[in-house]
Design a protein around this ligand. Structure first.
Ligand code: DAH
Length: 359
Protein backbone atom coordinates (compact mmCIF):
# COMPACT_ATOMS: atom_id res chain seq x y z
CA UNK A 1 0.00 0.00 0.00
CA UNK A 2 2.69 2.50 1.01
CA UNK A 3 4.69 1.06 -1.88
CA UNK A 4 1.99 2.05 -4.32
CA UNK A 5 1.63 5.54 -2.84
CA UNK A 6 5.34 6.22 -2.88
CA UNK A 7 5.75 4.76 -6.37
CA UNK A 8 2.97 7.06 -7.51
CA UNK A 9 4.43 10.21 -5.97
CA UNK A 10 7.86 9.24 -7.28
CA UNK A 11 6.63 8.86 -10.87
CA UNK A 12 4.45 11.98 -10.72
CA UNK A 13 7.47 13.97 -9.56
CA UNK A 14 9.50 12.62 -12.48
CA UNK A 15 6.71 13.58 -14.90
CA UNK A 16 6.59 17.12 -13.60
CA UNK A 17 10.37 17.39 -13.91
CA UNK A 18 10.46 16.05 -17.50
CA UNK A 19 11.80 18.88 -19.64
CA UNK A 20 10.85 17.57 -23.10
CA UNK A 21 8.87 14.90 -24.93
CA UNK A 22 11.79 12.46 -25.11
CA UNK A 23 12.25 12.52 -21.34
CA UNK A 24 8.51 12.13 -20.88
CA UNK A 25 8.43 9.14 -23.22
CA UNK A 26 11.26 7.48 -21.29
CA UNK A 27 9.25 7.87 -18.07
CA UNK A 28 6.18 6.40 -19.77
CA UNK A 29 8.11 3.36 -20.97
CA UNK A 30 9.71 2.84 -17.54
CA UNK A 31 6.29 2.91 -15.85
CA UNK A 32 3.70 1.71 -18.34
CA UNK A 33 5.79 -0.02 -21.02
CA UNK A 34 5.78 -3.81 -21.38
CA UNK A 35 8.36 -4.23 -18.64
CA UNK A 36 7.50 -0.99 -16.82
CA UNK A 37 7.23 -0.84 -13.03
CA UNK A 38 3.44 -0.46 -13.02
CA UNK A 39 2.96 -3.13 -15.70
CA UNK A 40 5.03 -5.56 -13.60
CA UNK A 41 2.81 -4.87 -10.57
CA UNK A 42 -0.32 -5.39 -12.67
CA UNK A 43 1.05 -8.74 -13.85
CA UNK A 44 1.22 -9.90 -10.22
CA UNK A 45 -2.56 -9.52 -9.82
CA UNK A 46 -3.07 -12.88 -11.48
CA UNK A 47 -1.15 -14.73 -8.79
CA UNK A 48 -2.99 -13.07 -5.87
CA UNK A 49 -5.80 -14.60 -3.82
CA UNK A 50 -9.26 -13.29 -4.73
CA UNK A 51 -9.43 -11.18 -1.55
CA UNK A 52 -6.06 -9.62 -2.15
CA UNK A 53 -6.97 -8.95 -5.75
CA UNK A 54 -10.13 -7.20 -4.65
CA UNK A 55 -8.17 -4.61 -2.70
CA UNK A 56 -5.01 -4.41 -4.82
CA UNK A 57 -6.80 -4.41 -8.22
CA UNK A 58 -8.49 -1.01 -7.89
CA UNK A 59 -5.37 0.50 -6.34
CA UNK A 60 -3.10 -0.64 -9.16
CA UNK A 61 -5.56 0.30 -11.88
CA UNK A 62 -5.96 3.69 -10.23
CA UNK A 63 -2.18 4.09 -10.21
CA UNK A 64 -1.97 3.23 -13.92
CA UNK A 65 -4.75 5.69 -14.83
CA UNK A 66 -3.36 8.46 -12.67
CA UNK A 67 0.12 8.12 -14.22
CA UNK A 68 -1.36 7.90 -17.74
CA UNK A 69 -3.39 11.07 -17.19
CA UNK A 70 -0.42 12.92 -15.73
CA UNK A 71 1.73 12.00 -18.74
CA UNK A 72 -0.96 13.21 -21.16
CA UNK A 73 -1.39 16.46 -19.26
CA UNK A 74 2.36 17.10 -19.17
CA UNK A 75 2.60 16.35 -22.89
CA UNK A 76 0.04 19.05 -23.68
CA UNK A 77 1.79 21.42 -21.34
CA UNK A 78 5.14 20.83 -23.05
CA UNK A 79 3.61 21.24 -26.53
CA UNK A 80 1.92 24.50 -25.52
CA UNK A 81 5.16 25.81 -24.04
CA UNK A 82 7.09 24.87 -27.21
CA UNK A 83 4.54 26.66 -29.38
CA UNK A 84 4.59 29.68 -27.13
CA UNK A 85 8.39 29.81 -27.38
CA UNK A 86 8.28 29.54 -31.18
CA UNK A 87 5.70 32.27 -31.47
CA UNK A 88 7.91 34.54 -29.35
CA UNK A 89 11.01 33.97 -31.46
CA UNK A 90 9.62 33.62 -35.00
CA UNK A 91 8.43 36.57 -37.00
CA UNK A 92 6.85 36.68 -40.45
CA UNK A 93 7.74 39.49 -42.78
CA UNK A 94 4.52 40.00 -44.67
CA UNK A 95 6.14 42.53 -46.95
CA UNK A 96 8.37 39.89 -48.58
CA UNK A 97 7.43 38.92 -52.16
CA UNK A 98 6.01 35.37 -52.52
CA UNK A 99 8.40 32.59 -53.52
CA UNK A 100 8.02 31.77 -57.20
CA UNK A 101 6.07 28.53 -57.61
CA UNK A 102 5.87 26.28 -60.65
CA UNK A 103 2.33 26.69 -61.86
CA UNK A 104 0.68 24.18 -64.14
CA UNK A 105 -1.99 24.99 -66.69
CA UNK A 106 -5.06 23.26 -68.06
CA UNK A 107 -4.44 21.57 -71.42
CA UNK A 108 -6.58 23.01 -74.24
CA UNK A 109 -8.19 19.59 -74.80
CA UNK A 110 -9.23 19.41 -71.15
CA UNK A 111 -10.53 22.97 -71.35
CA UNK A 112 -12.57 22.28 -74.49
CA UNK A 113 -13.89 19.10 -72.93
CA UNK A 114 -15.08 21.07 -69.89
CA UNK A 115 -16.71 23.66 -72.13
CA UNK A 116 -18.52 21.05 -74.23
CA UNK A 117 -19.67 19.16 -71.14
CA UNK A 118 -21.04 22.40 -69.65
CA UNK A 119 -22.97 23.25 -72.82
CA UNK A 120 -24.55 19.81 -73.12
CA UNK A 121 -25.27 19.64 -69.39
CA UNK A 122 -27.34 22.79 -69.96
CA UNK A 123 -29.34 20.87 -72.55
CA UNK A 124 -29.90 17.95 -70.17
CA UNK A 125 -27.26 15.54 -71.48
CA UNK A 126 -25.38 13.20 -69.14
CA UNK A 127 -21.77 12.16 -69.72
CA UNK A 128 -21.19 8.46 -70.57
CA UNK A 129 -17.83 6.75 -70.82
CA UNK A 130 -16.39 3.59 -72.31
CA UNK A 131 -12.99 1.87 -72.45
CA UNK A 132 -10.25 2.71 -74.95
CA UNK A 133 -9.69 -1.00 -75.67
CA UNK A 134 -13.09 -1.95 -77.01
CA UNK A 135 -14.82 -5.12 -78.19
CA UNK A 136 -14.66 -5.46 -81.95
CA UNK A 137 -18.38 -6.24 -81.62
CA UNK A 138 -19.21 -2.85 -80.03
CA UNK A 139 -16.80 -0.81 -82.17
CA UNK A 140 -18.07 -2.33 -85.43
CA UNK A 141 -20.59 -5.18 -85.56
CA UNK A 142 -23.38 -3.77 -83.37
CA UNK A 143 -22.95 -0.46 -85.22
CA UNK A 144 -24.00 -2.23 -88.39
CA UNK A 145 -20.46 -2.81 -89.67
CA UNK A 146 -20.30 -6.62 -89.97
CA UNK A 147 -17.00 -8.54 -90.01
CA UNK A 148 -15.40 -8.58 -93.45
CA UNK A 149 -17.68 -5.80 -94.67
CA UNK A 150 -15.87 -3.17 -96.79
CA UNK A 151 -17.22 -0.42 -94.48
CA UNK A 152 -14.56 -1.49 -91.97
CA UNK A 153 -11.98 0.02 -94.30
CA UNK A 154 -13.36 3.52 -93.58
CA UNK A 155 -11.27 3.44 -90.41
CA UNK A 156 -7.60 2.37 -90.15
CA UNK A 157 -7.78 0.29 -87.04
CA UNK A 158 -5.25 -0.76 -84.41
CA UNK A 159 -6.09 -4.41 -83.71
CA UNK A 160 -5.37 -6.06 -80.36
CA UNK A 161 -4.07 -9.67 -80.28
CA UNK A 162 -6.97 -12.18 -80.06
CA UNK A 163 -8.04 -13.06 -76.52
CA UNK A 164 -8.07 -16.57 -75.06
CA UNK A 165 -11.86 -16.38 -74.55
CA UNK A 166 -12.33 -15.88 -78.28
CA UNK A 167 -13.39 -12.18 -78.05
CA UNK A 168 -11.50 -9.78 -80.23
CA UNK A 169 -10.64 -6.22 -79.25
CA UNK A 170 -9.52 -3.08 -81.04
CA UNK A 171 -8.37 0.34 -79.90
CA UNK A 172 -11.66 2.12 -80.42
CA UNK A 173 -11.64 4.00 -83.70
CA UNK A 174 -14.46 6.31 -82.63
CA UNK A 175 -16.58 7.10 -79.56
CA UNK A 176 -19.63 5.50 -81.19
CA UNK A 177 -19.27 2.19 -79.25
CA UNK A 178 -20.33 4.17 -76.17
CA UNK A 179 -23.71 4.49 -77.91
CA UNK A 180 -23.90 0.70 -77.92
CA UNK A 181 -22.85 0.43 -74.27
CA UNK A 182 -25.42 3.06 -73.26
CA UNK A 183 -28.31 1.53 -75.19
CA UNK A 184 -27.52 -1.96 -73.88
CA UNK A 185 -27.70 -0.65 -70.31
CA UNK A 186 -30.34 2.05 -70.36
CA UNK A 187 -33.92 2.37 -71.51
CA UNK A 188 -35.01 5.44 -73.51
CA UNK A 189 -35.30 8.36 -73.14
CA UNK A 190 -31.53 8.55 -73.56
CA UNK A 191 -29.56 11.78 -73.77
CA UNK A 192 -25.81 11.41 -73.46
CA UNK A 193 -22.55 12.78 -74.69
CA UNK A 194 -19.43 10.72 -74.64
CA UNK A 195 -16.10 12.49 -74.91
CA UNK A 196 -12.88 10.47 -75.03
CA UNK A 197 -9.75 9.17 -76.69
CA UNK A 198 -9.91 7.40 -80.05
CA UNK A 199 -7.23 5.72 -82.18
CA UNK A 200 -6.43 5.31 -85.85
CA UNK A 201 -3.35 4.45 -87.88
CA UNK A 202 -2.76 7.99 -89.15
CA UNK A 203 -0.26 10.79 -88.53
CA UNK A 204 0.21 14.23 -90.14
CA UNK A 205 -0.47 17.89 -89.28
CA UNK A 206 -4.20 17.28 -88.98
CA UNK A 207 -4.22 13.60 -87.94
CA UNK A 208 -2.75 11.98 -84.85
CA UNK A 209 -2.81 8.21 -84.08
CA UNK A 210 -4.49 9.14 -80.79
CA UNK A 211 -7.10 11.86 -80.92
CA UNK A 212 -10.36 12.82 -79.21
CA UNK A 213 -13.99 12.77 -80.21
CA UNK A 214 -17.22 13.72 -78.59
CA UNK A 215 -20.27 11.67 -79.40
CA UNK A 216 -23.86 12.68 -78.75
CA UNK A 217 -26.81 10.31 -78.65
CA UNK A 218 -30.50 11.00 -78.13
CA UNK A 219 -33.07 8.20 -78.25
CA UNK A 220 -36.74 8.80 -77.59
CA UNK A 221 -40.13 8.54 -79.25
CA UNK A 222 -40.60 10.83 -82.24
CA UNK A 223 -37.00 12.00 -82.66
CA UNK A 224 -36.36 13.52 -86.10
CA UNK A 225 -33.76 15.49 -88.07
CA UNK A 226 -35.13 18.78 -86.70
CA UNK A 227 -33.96 17.80 -83.21
CA UNK A 228 -30.52 16.99 -84.59
CA UNK A 229 -30.26 20.31 -86.44
CA UNK A 230 -31.37 22.36 -83.44
CA UNK A 231 -28.93 20.63 -81.13
CA UNK A 232 -25.94 21.03 -83.48
CA UNK A 233 -26.84 24.68 -84.05
CA UNK A 234 -27.27 25.57 -80.38
CA UNK A 235 -24.10 23.71 -79.50
CA UNK A 236 -22.05 25.54 -82.15
CA UNK A 237 -23.38 28.95 -81.11
CA UNK A 238 -22.53 28.28 -77.48
CA UNK A 239 -19.14 26.71 -78.18
CA UNK A 240 -17.86 29.31 -80.66
CA UNK A 241 -19.54 32.08 -78.66
CA UNK A 242 -21.36 33.71 -81.57
CA UNK A 243 -25.06 34.46 -81.95
CA UNK A 244 -25.38 34.05 -85.70
CA UNK A 245 -24.13 30.98 -87.50
CA UNK A 246 -25.04 29.32 -90.74
CA UNK A 247 -24.88 25.55 -90.97
CA UNK A 248 -24.90 23.40 -94.07
CA UNK A 249 -25.85 19.72 -94.02
CA UNK A 250 -24.27 17.49 -96.66
CA UNK A 251 -25.60 14.01 -97.39
CA UNK A 252 -23.08 11.41 -96.28
CA UNK A 253 -22.78 7.77 -95.36
CA UNK A 254 -22.18 6.05 -92.05
CA UNK A 255 -23.27 2.45 -91.56
CA UNK A 256 -24.80 3.31 -88.17
CA UNK A 257 -27.04 6.17 -89.31
CA UNK A 258 -29.81 6.51 -91.87
CA UNK A 259 -29.96 9.13 -93.25
CA UNK A 260 -26.40 10.32 -92.60
CA UNK A 261 -25.33 13.95 -92.71
CA UNK A 262 -22.13 15.91 -92.30
CA UNK A 263 -22.26 19.44 -90.96
CA UNK A 264 -20.29 22.45 -92.17
CA UNK A 265 -20.29 25.93 -90.67
CA UNK A 266 -19.98 29.10 -92.77
CA UNK A 267 -16.74 30.95 -92.17
CA UNK A 268 -14.37 33.52 -93.59
CA UNK A 269 -10.75 32.50 -94.14
CA UNK A 270 -9.76 35.47 -96.31
CA UNK A 271 -7.49 36.91 -93.61
CA UNK A 272 -4.40 34.64 -93.48
CA UNK A 273 -4.08 32.68 -90.23
CA UNK A 274 -7.56 33.66 -89.08
CA UNK A 275 -11.00 32.08 -89.22
CA UNK A 276 -14.07 34.20 -88.66
CA UNK A 277 -17.27 32.25 -88.09
CA UNK A 278 -20.77 33.24 -89.07
CA UNK A 279 -20.08 34.84 -92.48
CA UNK A 280 -17.73 34.54 -95.45
CA UNK A 281 -17.46 32.29 -98.48
CA UNK A 282 -15.86 29.24 -96.92
CA UNK A 283 -17.22 26.21 -95.09
CA UNK A 284 -15.67 24.49 -92.15
CA UNK A 285 -16.26 20.79 -91.53
CA UNK A 286 -17.66 19.95 -88.09
CA UNK A 287 -18.32 16.21 -88.20
CA UNK A 288 -20.72 13.35 -88.97
CA UNK A 289 -24.20 12.69 -87.74
CA UNK A 290 -27.52 11.14 -88.61
CA UNK A 291 -30.57 9.32 -87.37
CA UNK A 292 -29.58 6.13 -85.57
CA UNK A 293 -29.99 3.20 -87.98
CA UNK A 294 -32.97 1.02 -86.94
CA UNK A 295 -30.69 -2.00 -87.11
CA UNK A 296 -28.34 -0.41 -84.54
CA UNK A 297 -31.29 0.25 -82.20
CA UNK A 298 -32.44 -3.37 -82.62
CA UNK A 299 -28.87 -4.71 -82.10
CA UNK A 300 -28.85 -2.88 -78.76
CA UNK A 301 -32.25 -4.15 -77.60
CA UNK A 302 -34.29 -1.03 -78.42
CA UNK A 303 -37.53 -1.31 -80.39
CA UNK A 304 -36.89 0.63 -83.64
CA UNK A 305 -40.61 0.92 -84.37
CA UNK A 306 -41.34 2.73 -81.13
CA UNK A 307 -38.08 4.68 -80.75
CA UNK A 308 -35.95 6.87 -82.99
CA UNK A 309 -32.64 8.52 -82.27
CA UNK A 310 -30.07 10.96 -83.55
CA UNK A 311 -26.33 10.92 -83.02
CA UNK A 312 -23.28 12.89 -83.96
CA UNK A 313 -19.56 12.55 -83.53
CA UNK A 314 -17.26 15.58 -83.67
CA UNK A 315 -13.48 15.78 -83.30
CA UNK A 316 -12.58 17.41 -79.99
CA UNK A 317 -9.03 18.24 -81.07
CA UNK A 318 -10.37 19.88 -84.20
CA UNK A 319 -12.81 21.97 -82.19
CA UNK A 320 -9.96 23.09 -79.90
CA UNK A 321 -7.72 23.89 -82.90
CA UNK A 322 -10.46 26.00 -84.48
CA UNK A 323 -11.55 27.85 -81.37
CA UNK A 324 -8.09 28.60 -80.04
CA UNK A 325 -6.14 28.93 -83.31
CA UNK A 326 -3.83 25.92 -82.85
CA UNK A 327 -2.32 24.98 -86.23
CA UNK A 328 -0.89 21.45 -85.70
CA UNK A 329 -2.76 18.62 -83.96
CA UNK A 330 0.50 16.87 -83.05
CA UNK A 331 1.51 19.72 -80.75
CA UNK A 332 -1.32 18.69 -78.38
CA UNK A 333 0.50 15.51 -77.51
CA UNK A 334 4.15 16.56 -77.48
CA UNK A 335 4.10 17.79 -73.86
CA UNK A 336 6.27 20.79 -74.71
CA UNK A 337 6.02 22.97 -71.60
CA UNK A 338 6.57 26.20 -73.55
CA UNK A 339 3.61 25.27 -75.77
CA UNK A 340 1.48 24.33 -72.77
CA UNK A 341 2.29 27.62 -71.07
CA UNK A 342 1.26 29.50 -74.21
CA UNK A 343 -1.93 27.60 -75.07
CA UNK A 344 -2.87 26.32 -71.58
CA UNK A 345 -5.55 27.81 -69.33
CA UNK A 346 -5.34 28.93 -65.70
CA UNK A 347 -6.54 26.18 -63.40
CA UNK A 348 -9.35 28.21 -61.89
CA UNK A 349 -10.69 29.57 -65.17
CA UNK A 350 -14.28 28.46 -65.38
CA UNK A 351 -15.23 27.81 -69.00
CA UNK A 352 -16.33 31.15 -70.37
CA UNK A 353 -19.33 30.66 -72.56
CA UNK A 354 -20.39 34.21 -73.16
CA UNK A 355 -22.49 33.17 -76.14
CA UNK A 356 -24.33 30.64 -73.98
CA UNK A 357 -27.40 28.71 -74.98
CA UNK A 358 -30.20 30.83 -76.33
CA UNK A 359 -33.06 30.05 -73.98
N1 DAH B 1 -18.12 7.65 -85.67
C1 DAH B 1 -17.94 8.49 -86.83
C2 DAH B 1 -16.47 8.60 -87.16
O1 DAH B 1 -15.65 8.53 -86.29
C3 DAH B 1 -18.51 9.85 -86.59
C4 DAH B 1 -19.97 9.80 -86.46
C5 DAH B 1 -20.78 9.92 -87.56
C6 DAH B 1 -20.56 9.62 -85.23
C7 DAH B 1 -22.14 9.85 -87.47
C8 DAH B 1 -21.94 9.57 -85.11
C9 DAH B 1 -22.71 9.68 -86.25
O2 DAH B 1 -22.55 9.40 -83.95
O3 DAH B 1 -24.05 9.66 -86.12
O4 DAH B 1 -16.13 8.75 -88.28
Amino acid sequence: MTDIASLQSDILAQILAAGDETALEAIRVAALGKKGSISELLKMLGAMSPDERKTQGPLLNGLRDCVGDAIAARKTQLADAALEARLKTETVDVSLPPRPELQGSVHPIAQVLDEITAIFADMGFAVAEGPDVEYDDYNFTKLNIPPDHPARQMQDTFYVAPQTDGSSHVLRTHTSPVQVRTMLNQKPPIRIISPGRTYRVDSDATHSPMFHQVEALVVDEGIHLGHLKWTVEEFCKAFFEIDEIELRARPSFFPFTEPSLEWDMRCDRSVPGKIIFGHGNDWLELGGSGLVHPRVLANCGIDPVRYQGFAFGFGLDRMAMLKYGIPDIRSFFESDLRWLRHYGFAALDIPTLDGGLSK
